[in-house]
Design a protein around this ligand. Sequence first.
Ligand SMILES: [Zn+2]
Ligand SMILES: [Zn+2]
Length: 783
Amino acid sequence: MVTTAATVSTGSGPGRSPAELLRRLRARSVADPVTHVERVPSRPGVPVPWPEWATPELRAAFEGRGVVAPWRHQAEAASLAYDGQHVVVATGTASGKSLAYQLPALATLLADPRATVLYLAPTKALAADQFRAVAGLELAGVRPACYDGDTPRAEREWIRRHSRFVLTNPDMLHHGILPGHAHWSGFLRRLTYVIVDECHTYRGVFGSHVAHVLRRLRRQCARFRATPTFVLASATSGDPATAAGRLTGLPVAAVTEDTSPRGGVTFALWEPPLLPATADDAAQDLTPTRRSALRETADLLADTVAEGVRTLAFVRSRRGAEVVASTARRALDEAVPGLGARVAAYRAGYLREERRELERALLDGDLLGLASTNALELGVDLVGLDAVLICGYPGTRASLWQQAGRAGRSGGEALAVLVARDDPLDTYLVHHPEALFGAPVEATVLDPANPYVLAPQLACAAAEAPLTADDLELFGDGAKEAVDALVAAEALRQRPTGWYWRHRERPEVDLRGEGGAPVCVVESATGRLLGTVDGGSSHFLVHPGAVYLHQGVSYVVDQLDLADGCALVHTEEPDWSTHARDVTSLSVVSVRSSVDAGPVRLFLGEVDVTSQVVSYQRRRLSSGEVIDTRPLDLPARELRTVAVWFTVTPEALTGAGVEPADVPGGLHAAEHAAIGLLPLVATCDRWDIGGLSTALHADTGAPTVFVYDGHPGGAGFAERAYGTAAAWLRATRDAIVECGCETGCPSCVQSPKCGNGNNPLSRADAVRILDVVLANLPDGTQE
Ligand SMILES: [Zn+2]
Ligand SMILES: [Zn+2]
C-alpha cells in the first residue's frame, strides 16, 4: 500500500496544498475511501484595545511576549472576571484562552500586594506549561509556583508563605491543600481568583468529584470570608455556562464566540474499504469486514511522513497507538531503511522521561510522525503540524475539533482526516457529515448528586472541618441523605454543632479512581517497570495470557497479581492478539422515572450489574481469525449504577413481523447499536457504557434492552439517553438501516466488547423492533 518516494523532504513541510496531498493519498486506493470533504475556511481575528483597567506595566509585559492586542473574546471574558463575575471562556484550540484569565488575575495581583490566585489544571504537565508562561512575564511580586506531588518538601513551605500565584491540580487540592488548610490559611484568606483550566475534562465521575473539591475549597475560603471569583477555560462545548455552573455550584457567565484567527483546514471523512471476500470466507459464512482503521491510519501516517509532512495521528487506545506507530515504522523502513526511526508512539501510560523525550523530538523535527492517544490533547503545545489523522471518532465533536485544531495552528493550510472504525457511530458519521459539521458540540455531562461521589466527598469535608446545616446547602441535592448514611455507617457523629468525622485517619478517596489503584506492568526478567494500566481495565488488558504492547515491543502477561497491583510480563511476539470476554447479569433496584407509550415503555432507574471477565480469544493478527478461546479465573465485580431501558410487548413484536425465535437476536442487535450511538447525544465513550438485552427479564416481565453507565452511581450518561431517547434511538435505527452490509457487521450491530461473541444477532429484527419503539415513543425530551 505504501508507495514511498525514494527521497524525503525535510524542514518546514510539504510545500504543497492539503487538497493536493489528499488527492495523492486517496489515489492510492482502488475504491475511493473518501465519503466527504469539508473545507473549513480560514478566519481573520478580531483584535480590540486593551481593557482600560490593564495597567501599562501589565500591557508591556504581554507585549513583550508578542501579544500586541487581545482578541475580543479574551477582553470580554477578562473584563467580566475583573468585575467579579464568574465566567467561562469556551473557544477553540489555540484561541488564547489563557490571556482571558491571566489578565484579570495578574492585574489584581499587581494592584493589591496581598491578593493571591489559585490555578488548577487537569495534569501536572499543563500546570508546568502555565507556570512557564506566567513566570516568563517577569512581573514583580507575583512569585508563581507549581505545587504538586513532585514539589520538594523543602520548597513547599516557601510556596505556601510567599507565592501569590499557585499552580496545581484537583488531586493535589484534594489530597494536599484542603486537608492541610491550616497551613494555607494565609493564602486562602486572600484568595481573589480561582482559575479552572481545561474544565471540559471534568466530566462524568471524575468531574463530579472535582465539583465537590471546588465546593470544599469554597467552604474553606468562606471561613475566612474570602469569596474568590472563578474563571474557567473550556474547549468549545455545548452550554458551557450550565456545565461550569454545575462544576462550581455558582452562577457563571459564558463567552463563546471565538474571535482568534484560524488557518484553513481541508477535512476529509475516510471510510476504509471492505476487504474482498475470499472463497474461504464464503464457505465459512463469514461477514465481509472493512480494512481496519488502525492499518489504514498506519498507512496514511507512513505516506505523509514519506512526503515530509509533519503528522500527528490520534488513536483512541494506547494499544492502537502502538500498533499504528510500529506498522508505519515497518512500512517506512521497507521503503527507505532508517526512515522508520522518524515515527514514534506517545501515550499517557509512559513514564515521564519517555514522554518528554518524544515531545522534544517532534518539536525539533527529529520526528516527523507521532501516533498518540488523546493524552496529547492536553498541555503539549505542538505547533506547525501539517496533517492530523484521527483514527476513529474520538467520541465527541468537542474532542474531534480539539484534535483537528492541532493542524494548521501556525496559520497555514492543513489537512485533517477522520478514519472511520468498524463501528456503528463511525459509520453513521462518515455518511452523515451534517452530524459533524452542522451540529453544535456536546454539553459536558457531570452529576454532583451521584451518591457514590457525594458521600465520600462529604466525609473529606467533615474531616477538614465539621459539617454544618449551611454546608449541606453548598453540597447540593442529596447531601442530607448522604450525611445521614455516613452517620448510620458510623463514619460521622452528629453533635449539636454539626457532623464530625469519627476517625483518626482521613478518608481515602481517589478522584480518578474508578476500578481501584493502577496496576504496574513489570518485566519479570529485569524487574523494569514498563508502565501502568488503570485498575478498571486491568482485567481486560493484562489478564494472564494477554498480549501487551509497549513502544512497539510485544509482551505476554504471565501473571496478574490483583492484591499487589502488578502484572508480570515477558517479551514475546506471537502472531495473535488477545480479546477478553465477560459475562453480565443485571437486576432493577428502583425506577426513577418512566414513560408509558402503549406497547412501549421507557425507564430510568438504578440497577445492580454483576460482571466477570471469564475468558479471552486469541485472534490471528493477519486475518482476525479466532484461534481459540481460553478460560480465565478472575473475580466478579459488582456495580450499582444508573440505567435507561425500554420494553416492548411480545404482541407488538409479533405484529411487527418479529418471530418469537428472533426476538433475542433483534434485541441484542438493537442494544449493541444503541450503545454505539449513545456518544452522539452524551459526552461519553462507548467503553463507559454497558448493556444487556433479553427476551424476558425477571424484573420487567417483558422483552427488554438495558443500557447502563459503567461507573458506580452513574455518570449522567444514561440520564442523558433517557432525556433524548427518541433522537438517540432514531439515529440508532438509521445507522443500522444505512449500513451497506447484509446480515450485520461491526459497522452496525456487532460489538467489539460483546460478552456473547456477537451471538445471536439479527440486524433486520433490530430495525423492526426500533420501528415499533419509535412509532410509539413521543418525540422530544422526556422529563
Ligand atoms: Zn453492517
Ligand atoms: Zn452483546
